[in-house]
Write a protein that binds this ligand. Structure first.
Ligand SMILES: Cc1ncc(COP(=O)(O)O)c(C=O)c1O
Length: 333
């Protein structure tokens, strides 16, 4: 038995999903003529409460297009320490948009709004702040949720200061599930959001950026610059629509699995900050991570290595209870 807990991106398209891909109506999306891509974009814009949305190849592409569309060269992007948009996007905010990050502390992935305010630069001697970006859930912090009151407080600062607020919502579906709220309730606080269909929801490819019509028009240009103009992408969009419609409700169980996994391993002496186990991720501190991962892999259990002494286990809807029990057995052996 293989139990792949490296990430929630390792899901494979189900048979039903493959069927809708096969049957999808398609056209050339660079001309805006793919009916399924258009339908997905409308669905996501409506679901999130934005005017428009744009299909992109990946989460990185969605974030970097949004950053470029919001900012001017030489500006700073205020983001949380460990933010994916900087730590795992290969310096692209500098290489593409010409902007640099300014980190604010974010214990357990949640920044203090006062720190965000302190990070704003206005002086003629400094790079002006061009964008504030939040990440929900926060990947590097362990899939932690940024609560609504913190978002609202940061939104108030963004409006007061006239600085746009972007959400890296690659796993926002998990945050919404954990908070038990509708997407619009969170999204009303943002100028734009990047959301993924291939993390947790099980689509093979794809993310979207959502925002105002004028903003999304700008995003089209940047997507083309990045080589992200796709042609008959409706087959991928069909998978995305299927994932959104059918797989969101499966997240709750993946959260329960992660909690079970985290709590059980903690009782067996593994170093786990259980306060961070809020969605579908369990981070474990292990002094001998590479050797342990190798041992587990030899018995069919795959874990993700974040650093030399930090590993993660991520649940997803293709992990059955039996697979989870097998993983627990192997890890606790
Ligand atoms: C928070 C966050 N943002 C963005 C991304 C990038 O997504 P992709 O791998 O589709 O480019 C990831 C990937 O795991 C992520 O965790």
């Amino acid at each position: 038995m293989i139990v792949d807990l490296r990430s929630d991106t390792v899901t494979v398209p189900t048979l039903q999903m493959r069927q809708v891909m096969l049957e999808a109506a398609v056209g050339d999306d660079v001309y805006g003529e793919d009916p399924t891509v258009n339908a997905l974009q409308e669905l996501v814009a409506d679901l999130l409460g934005f005017e428009a949305a744009l299909f992109t190849t990946s989460g990185v592409q969605a974030n970097q297009i949004a950053i470029a569309a919001h900012t001017q060269r030489g500006q700073e992007v205020i983001c949380t320490e460990g933010a994916h948009i900087y730590e795992y996007e290969l310096g692209m905010m500098a290489a593409f948009a010409g902007v640099v990050p300014r980190f604010v502390p974010a214990p357990k992935g949640v920044p203090d709004p006062l720190e965000v305010r302190k990070a704003i630069r206005r002086s003629v001697h400094q790079s002006p702040s061009g964008l504030i970006a939040l990440e929900n859930t926060h990947n590097r912090a362990g899939g932690t949720v940024v609560p609504l009151d913190v978002i609202a407080a940061i939104r108030a600062i963004s409006l007061e200061e006239g600085i746009p607020l972007h959400l890296d919502g690659a796993r926002v579906w998990n945050a919404l599930t954990a908070l038990h709220i509708e997407p619009r309730v969170m999204m009303q606080h943002f100028d734009s959001a990047a959301v993924c269909l291939s993390k947790g929801l099980g689509a093979p490819v794809g993310s979207l950026i959502a925002g105002s019509k004028a903003f999304i028009k700008e995003c089209h240009r940047y997507r083309k610059m990045l080589g992200g103009g796709m042609r008959q992408a409706g087959m991928l969009a069909a998978a995305g629509m299927y994932a959104l419609t059918n797989h969101q409700s499966l997240l709750e169980k993946t959260h329960a699995q992660a909690k079970h996994l985290g709590h059980y391993l903690a009782t067996k002496g593994f170093e786990i900050d259980l306060e961070r186990v809020q969605t579908n991720m369990v981070y474990i501190r292990l002094s001998d991570a590479p050797a342990r991962l190798e041992q587990w892999a030899a018995q069919g259990v795959r874990a993700g290595m974040m650093t030399e002494d930090l590993v993660r286990l991520v649940t997803h809807f293709q992990i059955t209870d039996e697979m989870l029990e097998h993983a627990i057995q192997v890890i606790t052996q």
